[in-house]
Structures are given as C-alpha cells and as structure tokens.
Design a protein around this ligand. Structure first.
Ligand SMILES: [Zn+2]
Length: 289
C-alpha cells in the first residue's frame, strides 16, 4: 500500500474547561467567583471518555491547570485511557492579554502540574480562544523555550475575537523546534472557512461539517484538527444570566444535538492524538531529509 492510499487520520481534541470559564463570559463572571460556581466538567469528561471508548478513539485533551488542580483524578483517568494530556495553560487568560513574563509563568505552571499528575511529558499547548496571532508571535518562542513541542493556537480565519487570516492552514514549524498545528479550515470563496468544531460545528448542519472535513482529507490529503469543549455536550448546565445575545447564542446553540453529532463524527472518520499524528509525521519527514 502506498502512503497516499492509507486513510487520513484526523486529530480529535477537547479543551478541558468548564462553562463559566469561556472567554465570552469573562465580563459577566469574575474569576474570583469560579470557585463557588457549580462545576460540571467531571461528569462531562466522563461522558466523553465513554463516547471515545465506544469508538476505540484516542484523543488529545488540552487541559486547564485550574481544572487539573481541582480534579486530579479526572486527569489521571484521561491519561490512563490512552489519551494525550496536553496543556490549555493555567488560568484561561487570553495569551494576547498577558505580558511575556506572565505568559511564561502561566504555561510553565500548567505544564509542571499536568506532568506531575500523569508522569508523562506535556508536549502540546493550545492558547485560550486561539489567542496567538500576528501581535504576539513571541508567545511561540516562550512555548519552545518552556519545552513544548507543538502548539494549536493560531486559527487562520477572520473572527471578531481572534484569528490570523493569512497564517498557514496546515502544520508548520515556527520557531525552530515548535510545530504550529492550526485548527482546520476549508479554502472557499477566496477565504478560509472554519471547519474544525466548536460553535461552528453546532451551528452548521452535520452534513456540511462532514463534507468540509472530507474535502480536506480527500482533496488536500491533510489531517484535520477538530476541537470541542466538555460544556458543549451538556444541556443541563446552569444558564448564565444577563449575557449579551451574541455570546448567549454562540454558547448555547444546538447543545442538545451535540452528543449524537459527535457520535456520528467519531464513526464517520479516523481519529487519533495530536502527538501521534503530527510529531511522528514530522520525525519521519526529518529522517527522510
Ligand atoms: Zn478554552
């Protein structure tokens, strides 16, 4: 079998945080209130682990240090399930809101904590709200310097809160030693359309999301990177009151449909861990010269 005849394996990724930590809610829920909010993350993660097991899928969990401190056994269960535990930073501040020193401290703290819990090096990092872009590319140097091997933090789209529309669409090395693996987009109508999960996956009909991923796999022969959050499968989460309409719509749209859609998605494509898909490919290409 030639390499191109093998089925493309896509990366399934979960950003491990709770519903009250999403950046769009930051103006409404003060950080010092996080500890008194009803936490839903553990039950949602256990449901996700069950769903992944049903399909024999191994995934990457970009885990928030704040969550890992409070749910260490949950992090251990993720690792014991054969999944990759990667970092989502510690406090879920946007990288673009932090100084270089504060960002260095945040990512170092999360990495050390997760490594202590799992006994395994943490290789990957995803910035909260994909908050690395043209204005703070220094953050990639920090990630390389603190021992990360890859990042999945630069979304090559136009969006009101994040994005770098002219960034490469597929994995690239920058700076030396660090691979940036962007969430997947489809090039259409002279722009990059988000095709990798989150609110877009809930908003679009499933058939459209499936078609977009197929295009990337079959036409471009590239692995896709898909992401979602534990709260996106949780129809019973407490409603945050007093939020603006756009944030409310984006957060809650089609949550009840999500478990069934994910089930179909896991069955319709081949999925794996970020490190196994991208770092091993990189090593093979380097060996070939
Ligand atoms: Zn996040």
């Amino acid at each position: 079998m030639t390499a191109s005849a093998q089925p493309v394996v896509n990366a399934m990724t979960i950003d491990v945080e709770d519903y009250f930590q999403v950046s769009a809610f930051a103006p409404y829920i003060r950080r010092d209130k996080w500890d008194v909010m009803e936490c839903r993350v553990e039950r949602n993660i256990d449901q996700i682990l069950g769903l992944l097991d049903k399909h024999g899928t191994r995934a990457t969990f970009f885990t928030l240090g704040w969550i890992a401190e409070r749910y260490p056994q949950m992090v251990k269960r993720i690792a014991q399930g054969g999944h990759e535990v990667a970092s989502h930073g510690h406090g879920h501040e946007r990288a673009s809101d932090l100084s270089e020193a504060a960002f260095t401290q945040d990512v170092s703290r999360a990495k050390a904590l997760l490594e202590d819990l799992t006994g395994t090096p943490v290789l990957g990092y995803r910035a909260p709200s994909f908050s690395i872009g043209a204005a703070n590319m220094w953050a990639l140097d920090v990630l390389a310097r603190t021992g990360h091997r890859y990042s999945s933090s630069i979304y090559p789209i136009q969006h009101d809160h994040y994005g770098m529309p002219d960034a490469p669409r597929f994995a690239y090395t920058t700076p030396p030693g660090l691979l940036e693996v962007p969430p997947t987009t489809l090039r259409m109508f002279n722009r990059n359309l988000p095709s990798s999960g989150g609110g877009y996956f809930r908003l679009f009909p499933y058939a459209l999301s499936k078609w977009m991923l197929r295009q990337v796999n079959q036409k471009e022969n590239q692995s896709a990177v898909f992401y979602f959050h534990p709260w996106e499968i949780d129809a019973g989460q407490p409603r945050v009151q007093g939020i603006d309409m756009k944030s409310g719509f984006r957060h809650y749209v089609n949550i009840p449909q999500m478990p069934e859609r994910l089930d179909r998605l896991l069955g319709d494509f081949n999925w794996g861990r970020m490190d196994e898909i991208f770092l091993q490919t990189q090593a093979r290409e380097a060996a070939r010269g």
